[in-house]
Ligand binder design. Sequence first.
Ligand SMILES: *Cc1c(COP(=O)(O)O)cnc(C)c1O
Length: 404
Amino acid sequence: MQYIKKKLKIENIYVENIAKKYSTPTYCYSYKLLKENINRFKRNFKSFSPLICFSVKSNNNLSLLREIKKFGFGADVVSIGELMIALKAGINPKKIVFSGVGKTPEEIKHAINKKILLINAESKSEIKEIDKIAKSVNKKVQIGVRLNPDTNAKTLNQISTGKKDDKFGVNKKTLIDIINFCNNSENLKLKCLSVHIGSQILDYKPYEKMLAVLNKILNESKHKFDFIDLGGGMGISYDKKSKKLDYKKYNNAIKKFLKKHKSKIIFEPGRSIVGNIGFLVSKVIYIKKSEKKDFIILDTAMNDLMRPALYGAEHKILPSIKSNQKSVKIYEFVGPICESTDKFSVIKNYQILKEKDLIIICDVGAYGMSLSSNYNLRPKPIELLIKGSKIKVIKKRQKVKDLL
Ligand SMILES: *Cc1c(COP(=O)(O)O)cnc(C)c1O
């Protein structure tokens, strides 16, 4: 993405032209960035060639999944819907892992039927349920157990998942209990130990701690796990000042770990693969002046992009046409929804905007469209994949009549 003569382009396409042809709000994804992210991720860990299972919950667009599959990726799914879309995208079931604390019997049956690589269970009750179902269909099922390593990921509280009071995973005592249970089961094969300590992690140290906990538990448990699933969580830079995750250090820590524990490593990245490839193009509907600030009222809202309202997340907002005239008033970028949290950003010294101007909200490829809703009965945006000078519609805009 860059400005050419003050006009913003995504790959070879002017944002202005996207809005003219497809209207707004519109989600755009850059294929070039997707490819770069995938290749960089693989390169970072190439010495032990992990199985990389893309976290479908970060973005479940079928066309994008098909592109990601072409790079040899598997999928990490958390519902029957995600499992079915991953299979529909052509992802090999032997590269699919199923995570989540509350899989229903129906979901477990489906996963067993499709012969996926692993069902990663998160409680003793779930293990018993999988065992019961496996017995009833007379199958041997490969499972994993998710450990709660009690590691602070130092990320937003709302997206931390590896502390002992989080609902995810099991503690050491339960893990040992589960290992014994599986050893006595004819239908369960305990193949994997998994962890996922949170999302948007920019410090490698929590990962190091997590590996130290795994190392200790593996030594104590004496169970041989064919797979160690380290989850995802690798953070991206939502603003220029933010630090970057040190992949080299993370990679070195894993290599050290693997010297003692020979297992296949699985990763489940979402955000680090698709986060920065997405752009949400929106139009300024009104500018409402108030005493202290001006409200920039957009045609996109928290139903299209929930992260600011849900976690107080900040996304860069760029103008489609750059100018040097700065506003003396503070700008508050908001959507039209009847909630005070329907607010994207408060920015000082922004360039002066006019009604009908276009803006672009950046880094919305992960947990953007996948978290969108029809709140206020608003139809969902169109999704476009941009490849050089080509635009492909990868999801049609919903129509109001689809919602009635
Ligand atoms: C959400 C999630 C991921 C992906 O997290 P990112 O931060 O997007 O990389 C991976 N594994 C599990 C179990 C998850 O719940």
